[in-house]
Design a protein around this ligand. Sequence first.
Ligand code: ZN
Ligand code: ZN
Length: 400
Amino acid sequence: MKVQAAISPLESVMFDTLRRFEPELVEIRRSIHRHPELGFEESRTSDLVAEKLTSWGYEVHRGIARTGLVGVLKVGSSHKTLGLRADMDALPIHEATAKPWASQIPNRMHACGHDGHTTMLLGAARYLAETRHFNGTLNLIFQPAEEALGGAQAMVDAGLFRRFPCDAIFGMHNMPGLPVGQFYFRSGAFMASADSLDVTIHGKGGHGALPHTTVDPIVVAASITLALQTIVSRNVDTQHAAVITVGSIQAGDVANVVPATALMKLSVRALDRQVRKLLLSRIEDVVRLQAQSFGATATIEARHGTPVLMNDETQTRFAHGVAASLFGDSHAHYGAHPLMGSEDFAYMLDANPNGCYFFIGNGDGEGSCMIHNPGYDFNDGCLTPGAAMWAGLAEGYLKA
Ligand SMILES: [Zn+2]
Ligand SMILES: [Zn+2]
């Protein structure tokens, strides 16, 4: 396949060099794509990354949150430090693209483009090691388990920023539906917080013919489901975005038995830390008091909440400036809409707020397919502009 980038043909050394790497990058991307690995199991991918980085002269630190690794390259005498992050994990989806490089493993697929993210950062890694046109310490962070498994937090907990101090950090994700190789930025809240709650209603089971002798948890769950809808519509400021989704209600097996318990699974999202707090506290009140009004009780188990992803304004403007100077104003968009999806990089920005997460368009033409879909594929046309963006950020932040 001929790889076509949407960028204007800049005759710069950077683009000439990166175009030379392109065939190898396409090969690496497709090799990772053929061998997708789930979160914290990315041993082949991690080996491949470590081998490439080592061969290009990086000091490679492995085993940070199991399969995570950091490649360090120090050039010159500056004390400035920079962290660039890519994610490596795949999803438990059965690929349906029928492409020659489709997943060779059933029910495993790079359906979020992390194969491409890893490869774009490797492209920049090679370029920066060859050219060494910067002054400072470059930390290339390859994180495991981005897909709701807490890989970013695990790396932070394993001492990521203590061992590899970063004055600023950046993350990049592809986005289908946007033109290939164009860049999208937003300062402040860009991706939502996401909390998963398991609510168990404890009622009293019994014969379906004698409901007055029971406390029916199904009726309680139904009432709670409706009452929860009033939180976003009646409690949250109308100028703020919030989502409460009841994604699952499980209770009972047969028609003539009232079960003793019901389990509800909730997804809760917000773009503001205060709104997130409000949602969680109102949910607790509504669930507890609704249950109580029926003579039931309820327990809430909150699991692994991703924080709101907050981009620093200075670093967002800086990254936007890098994209604009490399690709032109028409390819660098400031003020992108925030999304109610969540992103693990929010944990890294929580620990190290001086940074920015941004999107690279994955293509908006025919065949453009959303991430987490069996028909999705990372667009190899992003490899060169993505690697150039990383390289430009490094050269700009760690100015020689
Ligand atoms: Zn994903
Ligand atoms: Zn992703």
